[in-house]
Design a protein around this ligand. Structure first.
Ligand SMILES: Cc1cc2nc3c(=O)[nH]c(=O)nc-3n(C[C@H](O)[C@H](O)[C@H](O)COP(=O)(O)OP(=O)(O)OC[C@H]3O[C@@H](n4cnc5c(N)ncnc54)[C@H](O)[C@@H]3O)c2cc1C
Length: 346
């Protein structure tokens, strides 16, 4: 039986986005049950309104008020739903907090998500940009998801191939995926856990935490604890200082471009990719242009990590955009490299 969501007019969004931008929505609905979306679609007036899907608000930049209906996806629930010879299938509803879900899988004795601990936001948003950190991303453990196509009112199941995952990318960031609401996501976690310590900083932290101990005691929980400690040491807590994590994607350039840059800038931070391209460290480029710690109006560049833009108090979306544009222009002028923002501008 479909249920209805309360529609609240002129809703304040400051506490719904981790940047803490003080914008308002023309209308807002908290969605606790997917059937409430069917009810909204069945109402011609609500169905015709422009819509913004909102999870934890940790990867959006509100550049002004939202002239439409904000659908705040808060559906809860998580369970082990099956297994294969090699994997356990776990499923969570879109509104589940991502880090809470990671901790829950660890409590079930399941590894596979530990490198992605403490990433803010919801399970439903995780596939959108194929969230990743410390040498892992969700595409490696993704099984399938169920979505609601708001254009047709139909539900569909997409597997990993259909999601077209890439670096901070998926089909949901492209025109085909517009109007799709991710309702629940299923992950296949390995029964035989293997640590992923390819990221040097994580490997060092684990070695330090283990001391004289051998690798035999390594557990998913220990890796998760190390990831949490590293993240807390270098990323600002959005509860204390508004931000959306990394503001720019790390640019990927061809081997020829990377070689030419290295001739001019021998200290350029670069990582070889399997396809022969090179990923550059956006934070390093920004830092080299002298932006770390600087501010423009109430928007600033975080002192400990130049890749993170912060709200120093009362920043508007327009101020953050102006700062981001100034940084990108400097990096372009000095290195000829284009920086692309990671958060979605609304
Ligand atoms: C301090 C900090 C650190 C971060 N670190 C990382 C990191 O290490 N790695 C990383 O990848 N990201 C990181 N992020 C970015 C962010 O946490 C992720 O992108 C996260 O997945 C966003 O989830 P959310 O629920 O907050 O999405 P939102 O910000 O609410 O939404 C993001 C986009 O997804 C859409 N959307 C949300 N939910 C759904 C849904 N159910 N169906 C369809 N569309 C939906 C929204 O419309 C919007 O376009 C960080 C952010 C912060 C603030």
């Amino acid at each position: 039986m479909p249920s209805s969501a309360a529609i609240v007019p002129d809703f304040p969004l400051q506490s719904c986005n981790t940047f803490g931008i003080n914008a308002r929505a023309r209308a807002y609905a908290r969605i606790d049950d997917a059937s409430q979306l069917d009810t909204i679609l069945a109402d011609p007036q609500l169905a015709a309104m422009p819509r913004l899907l909102l999870g934890g608000g940790s990867n959006i930049l509100l550049t002004g008020d939202v002239e439409g209906l904000v659908l705040h996806l808060c559906m809860q629930g998580k369970a082990i739903v099956g297994e294969t010879a090699t994997h356990t299938l776990v499923q969570a509803q879109a509104g589940e907090n991502w880090h809470g879900f990671v901790l829950w899988t660890l409590q079930q004795g399941l590894g596979g998500l530990e490198n992605l601990s403490l990433i803010p936001g919801t399970v439903g948003a995780a596939p959108i940009q194929n969230i990743g950190a410390y040498g892992a991303d969700i595409s490696e453990v993704f099984h399938s998801l169920t979505l609601l196509d708001m254009a047709t009112g139909q539900r569909r199941v997409l597997d990993r191939t259909a999601c077209r995952f890439g670096y901070r990318d998926s089909i949901f960031k492209h025109p085909e995926g517009a109007g799709w609401v991710i309702l629940e996501v299923t992950f296949a976690l390995p029964k035989q856990w293997e640590p992923n310590l390819g990221y040097a900083e994580l490997a060092r932290a684990i070695a330090a935490a283990q001391g004289e101990d051998t690798v035999a005691t390594l557990s998913p929980q220990l890796v998760s604890d190390a990831v949490v400690a590293i993240r807390q040491g270098k990323l600002p807590d959005p509860a204390l200082i508004g931000n959306a994590g990394s503001f720019f994607k790390n640019p990927v350039v061809s081997g020829a471009v990377c070689a030419a840059l290295l001739e001019r800038f021998p200290k350029l931070v670069h990582h070889a990719q399997p396809d022969g391209s090179f990923k550059l460290a956006a934070g390093w480029l920004i830092d080299q242009c002298g932006w770390k710690g600087r501010s423009m109006g109430a928007a600033g560049v975080y002192e400990k990590q130049a890749l993170v833009l912060v709200n120093r108090g009362g920043a508007t979306g327009a101020e953050v955009v102006a700062l981001a544009q100034a940084i990108a222009a400097d990096v372009q002028a000095r290195y000829g490299v284009t920086l692309v923002p990671e958060p979605v501008f609304v």
